[in-house]
Design a binder for this molecule. Structure first.
Ligand code: ADP
Ligand code: MG
Length: 335
């Protein structure tokens, strides 16, 4: 509660940054990241390490390559718990393909206990809180998993045909995707089963050469309804955990056909997301939610009392520096 009051004073948009380590066997003597502090990252803007080639960016929190999944989660925990108090929360993982977005949100490809990402830890934490508060609150927790690919919304928890779904806006339910499955969860194993189903459905659409996961947005939505057992008051909150499509600029001269269309949809929707968050940060009267499916879908959870965490990811390889700088500039604009 105190945390929420502090947050409200500071504004509801926070930006975190994480630098991933070099990949095993690909360690390099030089990194494009010259320094990482608690709140500041310093980047080499040019290949030659001249002093004036350094630029620093300051955010709410910066994690270096040695930060563990548990440490990263610990910083996000108060935000995540606020969903139990009826807040809407959006957490976005942003960055170029290979920068560590999926690692942060889900974990490494071969999942271990310590490797568990935010999605799993968040739900586990909500289950713990549910148990702790069981004498005073009755919580119901359920999950949806959607994918946005080429500006089309699809259900990752579908069992039948994978139809294109509509986003609807109703006065009593707000923004919703009524035709997507919504699955009640009560335990870690329920969540693991769901995540596996979602990943399997996502994989069906890709081939080895054509990894669709980096070119679509995936959104795990956790709906929480809590009833105060003494007063009977019901609070509803929801949390969107979004693993965004890779932010890298695709050279338009090199891609054609389907790849060009995909790239255009990604650019458009990431730009729309940046525009929405930037206009919220600047407290503009008009917020351009309608410019992409992503911002339409999340409209109820962006702005107002809702809390947003933009979590950007940086790859340390020197040849990634151009993309790293555009990621840092994106974040600077929304902070
Ligand atoms: P993205 O989702 O942004 O394309 P991934 O999360 O798939 O990137 O990360 C690319 C590779 O780097 C994967 O093999 C992943 O396991 C590894 N990786 C990413 N972040 C970390 C980290 N913080 N620590 C260790 N390995 C990481
Ligand atoms: Mg990924």
């Amino acid at each position: 509660k105190l945390y929420n009051q502090i947050q409200d004073l500071r504004g509801n948009i926070r930006v975190y940054c994480r630098v991933r380590p070099f990949l095993p066997g690909k360690e390099s003597a030089s990194s494009s990241v010259a320094g990482v502090e608690d709140r500041t990252i310093t980047i080499m803007t040019a290949a030659k390490h001249a002093k004036d080639a350094r630029k620093s960016f300051t955010f709410n929190r910066v994690f270096g390559p040695f930060a563990t999944q548990a440490e990263v989660f610990a910083d996000m925990q108060p935000l995540i718990r606020s969903v139990l108090d009826g807040y809407n929360v959006c957490i976005f993982a942003y960055g170029q393909t290979g920068s560590g977005k999926t690692f942060t949100m889900s974990g490494p490809k071969i999942l271990t206990e310590e490797g568990l990402g935010v999605n799993y830890r968040a739900l586990n934490d909500l289950f713990d809180m549910q148990a702790q508060r069981k004498d005073t609150f009755c919580y119901e927790i359920s999950v949806q998993m959607l994918e946005i690919y080429n500006e089309q919304v699809r259900d990752l928890l579908h069992s039948g045909p994978n139809k294109k779904l509509e986003i609807r806006n109703s006065s009593h339910k707000g923004i919703a995707v009524p035709d997507a499955n919504i699955v009640p969860v009560a335990s870690t194993s329920d969540v693991v089963d769901l995540m596996n189903l979602g990943q399997k459905n996502r994989a069906v659409c890709s081939t080895a050469m054509n990894d669709r996961s980096s070119r679509s947005h995936s959104c795990v939505t956790v709906h929480v309804q809590g009833r105060d057992l003494t007063s009977g008051t019901v609070l509803r909150g929801c949390m969107h955990l979004v693993d965004l499509a890779g932010s890298e600029r695709v050279d338009k001269s090199e891609v054609v056909g389907d790849r060009l269309k995909e790239a255009q949809h990604i650019n458009k929707s990431l730009a729309a997301l940046g525009d929405v968050i930037a206009s919220l940060a600047q407290k503009n009267a008009h917020v351009p939610y309608r410019n992409s499916k992503l911002t339409q879908l999340l409209q109820d959870s962006l702005g107002g009392q809702a809390k947003t965490l933009m979590f950007i990811h940086i790859a340390p390889e020197p040849d990634a520096v151009g993309e790293s700088i555009s990621t840092l500039k994106f974040a600077e604009r929304v902070a």
